[in-house]
Structure formats: C-alpha cells, structure tokens
Design a binder for this molecule. Structure first.
Ligand code: GLV
Length: 402
C-alpha cells in the first residue's frame, strides 16, 4: 500500500450512511476527489450523450406490478451465470483505466466483488497485472478482451488469463472506432494518459485543486501502461490515448473464431443491440451476450439497453444467457432487467464512482447500496427470489418488442 494513503476504515467513514444513501451520492463524492478529466472520463458519453441519458431514463418506462399482502421474510438474491453461482444478480463490468481512479483500482474493485460474493470483469485497458488482480480476489473473474496490440499479443494475454484462472472471455464488439467523447477532449484526457508535460499545462489547475488524488497518483507510480498487453520488444503497452486505442480494437465475427480457439472456454459477446446480432453471436459460438451500448460512450443515438433487451431475449429464445448493462443506478433497475429476461446485469459507473470516491470501501458501498435496494424492492414487490421474477411483475410501453 502507498504509505500516505488512508486506511480502509477511514475511507469507509467517508461513504457511510447517511452521507451516502444512493449511487448518485457516490458520484458527487467522486467528483470532489477526482480531477475533472478523470471524473469526466467516467461520467461522460459520446456526442450529445443522448444514449447515455436514455440508458438511465428508460428504466422509468418500466413499471412494477407488485403482489400485495405477501410476506417476504427473506429474499434469495442468488443466481448463476454460465453455471457460476453468484450471491448477487449483478457483476462488476469491465471499466477501463480504473488505476486512474484509485491506486491499484482494479485490485480493490475485484477484491470487493469477491467479498460480496459476485464476479468482476477485468478490462484490457487496466493498469494492474491480471495475476495480481487474481491474487487479491477469491471469487469469479472474467477477462474483457480488446486487441490493440493485434492477434499474437492478444493470444498471449488470453493464455495468461487462462493460466491465472479467469473463467470467461468477454469480447467487446462495439469499438470499430472510438465514440466522440467530447468531455475527454475538453479536460485533456490525452495529455494525462501520455504524460506529456507541455500539452498538460493548460489543464494543470485541476490537479492542483485535487491534491489528494494527485499525491495518490504520483505515489502509485503515475501508471500509464497496460501491463496485460505485452508488446514484443517493448513490454507493457503505453496508454497513449483512448480514441487511438479503441480504433485498433475492431473485432469482426470472423475474429471470434481465433479467440474461441485460443480461449477454449466460455466466450461472451458484449455490445449487442439487436436480435439479428444476438443470433450471429450464437452462430459464432457465444455462451452469452451482453446487451450493451458501452454506457452510451460509442454510437450516440442507439436505444437504451433496457429498451433493446426484450428484442434480444426473444431472438435468443433461451439458447444462451443474456446479460445487460447501462444506466443501472438502483436495485430496482436490476429487478426490472431480470423481469425482462436478463440472467444478471453488469454495473459500471455505479462502482467506478465508488472507486473514485473512496477506493475499495467506495466499491463495497456501491455494492451494498444495490444489495439493500434489491431486498427492499423484492419485498415491496412480493417476490422472495430472483429465480421467480418474470414479465408478470412489470409493465412496459406497448411498442416495446415482446
Ligand atoms: C473503454 O472501454 C472506454 O469505453 O473508455
């Protein structure tokens, strides 16, 4: 641990009830600790951020149909995803650059997921070695694959993830180029990632205004490499800039074949919006799909993930499992997604704000908020188990595909 850093107990106090009641409170605290550029990276979406906001708003179109006068003394939140038992119906989504949010961020996020009995998905764009993340986490871990270094480099990482005991490979398919994330440009994400002093100068004020983050970042070694992308003759790939990296990670349906051959285990396709692509993913051998618009960070103007979920669930017709991410801020959102056919959901910003606000204890608090939301929602709904949720517990607008 970096010496000047605060203890877990002290961090936990900063996010304790009632200072932090909901996920939005964690977002507010993350904004206070992080320089604008890092907060903007987590918070922002592409172009006009229509999809970003729609992801959250569309949950309001789904209305509950509770069963009253039902005693729910205890509530079973457990589920399985690809045969893996989880204590909670949500996992932690792959989020890039977590080490910018908090020193060894990926290590702490994975550790807290395990402590809560759920799984963590490590992004290729991570600053912590996958073996180190594995050592700190006793629960399920999956590896999210981008291919910025090309096929051979990715195959080497896949072998490492396999050897370290990661249980599934999550291939993101929605990044033929980077979405235009305007906030990243305004606050200087590229100079920060490149560590370029001259081009950082116009943005330097934000670091001075956030001395605690700045000290943490420096004490953590100002990490600007991806240690899970080993370039031959160079070593860990430099972060460079987000746009340039995403542009190198185009994945086609044909690529899934070599990824499958290299991984030889369950492969999950993340970034599906339509029934047609869900069926293509099944044909390509996927064990599950994630209905996802990358948190509104890629193609602006696609529908909210929860809106796209019913079409995908219908198309998949029980052949493989369907997960969903995007816009989840409350346990009630998770219940709605499961009612509409998701096996489980992935949370991204909800825990990233926690990590940015208070490291591991911030992530633990995000998980705890959603867990208590889930129990309360299920009791109010009159349902005692995730496994019993179905469409009869919700109403959706008439034009949503059945
Ligand atoms: C990385 O995956 C990002 O969306 O920034």
């Amino acid at each position: 641990m970096v010496r000047h850093m605060r203890s877990d107990a002290s961090l936990a106090r900063t996010v304790a009830f009632p200072r932090v009641i909901n996920i939005e409170d964690l977002r507010r605290l993350a904004r206070r600790r992080l320089p604008s550029v890092v907060f903007a990276y987590i918070d922002g979406g592409a172009e006009d951020e229509v999809t970003l906001h729609e992801n959250v708003r569309a949950f309001r179109d789904v209305a509950f149909r509770p069963r009253q006068c039902v005693a729910v003394p205890s509530c079973d939140l457990r589920t399985t995803v690809l045969g893996t038992p989880l204590a909670l119906p949500f996992m932690l989504a792959p989020v890039g650059f977590c080490r910018m949010f908090y020193p060894r961020g990926e290590f702490y996020a994975a550790r807290e997921a395990s402590a809560a009995g759920t799984g963590y998905i490590l992004s290729t764009f991570s600053g912590t070695r996958l073996e180190e993340v594995r050592e700190g986490a006793s629960g399920p871990l999956w590896y999210q694959l981008y291919v910025p270094g090309g096929r051979a480099v990715a195959e080497a990482t896949i072998a490492r993830a396999k050897a370290a005991g990661f249980g599934a490979l999550v291939v993101t398919i929605d990044t033929p180029v980077a979405g235009l994330r305007e906030r990243d440009f305004r606050y200087g994400v590229r100079p920060l990632l490149q560590g370029n002093v001259w081009s950082s100068l116009p943005h330097v004020g934000q670091f001075i205004r956030r001395p605690r983050w700045t000290m943490d970042f420096i004490a953590d070694g100002s990490p600007r490499v991806f240690p899970n992308v080993e370039l031959p003759g160079i070593g860990a790939m430099p972060c460079g800039d987000v746009g340039g990296l995403l542009e190198k990670t185009l994945v086609t349906w044909e690529d899934l074949r070599w990824m499958h051959d290299a991984w030889k285990g369950p492969l999950i396709v993340k970034g599906v919006h339509t029934g047609d692509d869900a069926r293509r993913a099944i044909d390509a051998g996927a064990s599950a799909v994630v209905v996802s618009n990358h948190g509104g960070r890629q193609l602006d103007g696609v529908p909210a993930s929860i809106r796209a979920l019913p079409e995908v669930v219908t198309a998949v017709n029980g052949q493989i499992e369907v997960l969903v991410d995007g816009g989840i801020r409350r346990g009630g959102d998770i219940v709605k997604a499961i009612c509409l056919g998701a096996r489980a959901v992935l949370i991204g910003r909800a825990y990233a704000w926690g990590l940015g606000a208070a490291g591991g204890p911030g992530v633990a608090r995000a998980i705890e908020i959603l867990r208590t939301d889930l129990i309360r929602t299920m009791r109010l709904l009159g349902c005692d188990s995730m496994a019993k949720l179905d469409r009869s517990y919700v109403d959706t607008p008439r034009d949503w595909t059945a």
